[in-house]
Design a protein around this ligand. Sequence first.
Ligand SMILES: [Zn+2]
Length: 278
Amino acid sequence: MKRQSTALISCLAALCIVALMLSACGSGQRQASSSASPNPAAIASSASSSAAPSNSSSGSNSTSLVDKARSLNGVSSVAPSSRPDVASEDALRAQLNIEEYVHPELDHGDKSAPYQKYIVLHDTEGNADGHGVIDGWLNDGRFIASHFIINKDGSIVQAVPIDRIGHHAGYGNTGHNEQYGVTDESRDDMRGAKPIGDWASDYGMNSHSVGIEIVHEGNDEYPEAQLAALDGLIAYIDAHYDFESTIIDHKMWRSGNSDTSDAFSGYLANYRDHRTHV
Ligand SMILES: [Zn+2]
């Protein structure tokens, strides 16, 4: 009885050791697999599969458009996970009702992706539509222009290509070039620019921004269609550059300026916080 129980205990002990070894091995495998799952390759694979269009036949077309955009933007090396989503950019632009009314004399130099930093919002401070606003700039002789003007009905007119410099922000407070990180004014031809005083001697914002005019006067309400168009236009600009430019209004660049209006202040706070008006 004693010998049998001793043998039984030895047998049970051996089984326990085997069970423990198997258990340790199993948990080791689980640890290895759980620590391996969030690796960069898995994330990239997951990201690319979620970002890829559901229609696989458009994949090769999408790749060639990406390469085209990269060469146009002068981007020589972009990691796969941060490539511009050109399909998204084109789709976002197509959703907007943008009419090009582009004039070479309003183009003041190169502002491709490496230089882009800000989206500057303006009010036109009048009720003329986009065409009328641009005709006014052309007749003015100072070669002023924002890139886009948004009409009250949500339609958009484009005066300057997005990757070119437009003269919309003008001179800002002395010291703002440094404060906003826009000290390089060398790409701007400065055609038509007239200094406004020692208090506002900095001119770097135009070289690093896209300007958007909102057709608006006084403290009028902003129509929903116009604000929805601005939401879409900002999304399109973000997709074009593949990063979110900082959103400011004109009076942040030049203190004492009147645009944007007080009626826009709540929307501006929303745009700066999460890029839509609501
Ligand atoms: Zn302005």
